[in-house]
Design a binder for this molecule. Structure first.
Ligand SMILES: Nc1nc2c(ncn2[C@@H]2O[C@H](COP(=O)(O)OP(=O)(O)OP(=O)(O)O)[C@@H](O)[C@H]2O)c(=O)[nH]1
Ligand SMILES: [Mg+2]
Length: 210
């Protein structure tokens, strides 16, 4: 049997990165993937029913009719980024009970955007802890819903007990330019994180360093 080696990436070919769009129930994950995707996004929306009313609180998002039950998928090419990029976006389901899926969706990802709805900040704690626990670089993007109080990024950082190394930005998840900007912030953060960890784990260069 002849084993075929995979084709080498061609010079100038975009770097393909997998990115997770995380966040609490109703934070705007499906909206963000749909806003920025250049293909018709794959979504797995199901209607909310009375059966979930006790567990999936709609306080503040009473107009919400559906919820993601598996994942969202979208794709975004950024040929003009400093390094041409092709981003594969995977939106998670929001509820904590889907945490097994969060693990599956995060496999091989370079990082995550954690979308935050400040009216329901408590729903952001689990996705933030999840990223911290599995060592997935992440940025926090405050999705500024109409009528919601405008908290400063530093206030949200304090409330979520985030170190200064984690970027906190604001966005409107319905705006493709905003979402693309957040994604670039994440890629930049993930690259810096990877370089820092390479330096931390670099083998000693002299015996004295050992
Ligand atoms: N005003 C406003 N509405 C938004 C924004 N982002 C999302 N929405 C609305 O908020 C609702 C929830 O958005 P989704 O994108 O379904 O949220 P989600 O995080 O995917 O929700 P789950 O998958 O159920 O966890 C929808 O009705 C959106 O139209 C925003 O930036 N501003
Ligand atoms: Mg969704």
């Amino acid at each position: 049997m002849v084993l075929q080696t995979p084709p080498r990436p061609q010079a100038g070919a975009p770097t393909v990165l997998k990115i997770v769009i995380a966040g609490g129930f109703g934070a705007g994950k499906t909206t963000a993937v749909g806003a920025v995707s250049e293909i018709t996004p794959l979504s797995t929306e199901e209607y909310l029913t009375e059966a979930s009313a006790d567990v999936d609180s709609l306080a503040g998002i009473e107009a919400k009719k559906t919820t993601t039950v598996a994942f969202d998928f979208g794709r975004l090419s950024l040929p003009d980024a400093p390094v041409p990029l092709e981003l594969f976006l995977f939106g998670t389901p929001g509820q904590d009970r889907f945490v097994d899926l969060w693990y599956d969706l995060s496999r091989g990802a370079v990082g995550a955007v954690v979308l935050v709805d400040t009216r329901r900040l408590e729903s952001s704690f689990t996705p933030v802890s999840f990223c911290e626990d599995i060592g997935l670089p992440f940025v926090v993007a405050i999705n500024q819903f109409d009528g919601a109080h405008r908290y400063l990024p530093e206030q949200v950082r304090t409330a979520l007990e985030l170190p200064t190394s984690v970027p906190v930005v604001t966005c409107d998840a319905r705006d493709p330019n905003h979402v693309a900007g957040v994604l670039l912030t994440l890629v930049d953060h993930a690259v810096k994180n990877a370089s820092a960890s390479r330096v931390r784990h670099a083998p000693p260069t002299t015996l004295q360093d050992a």
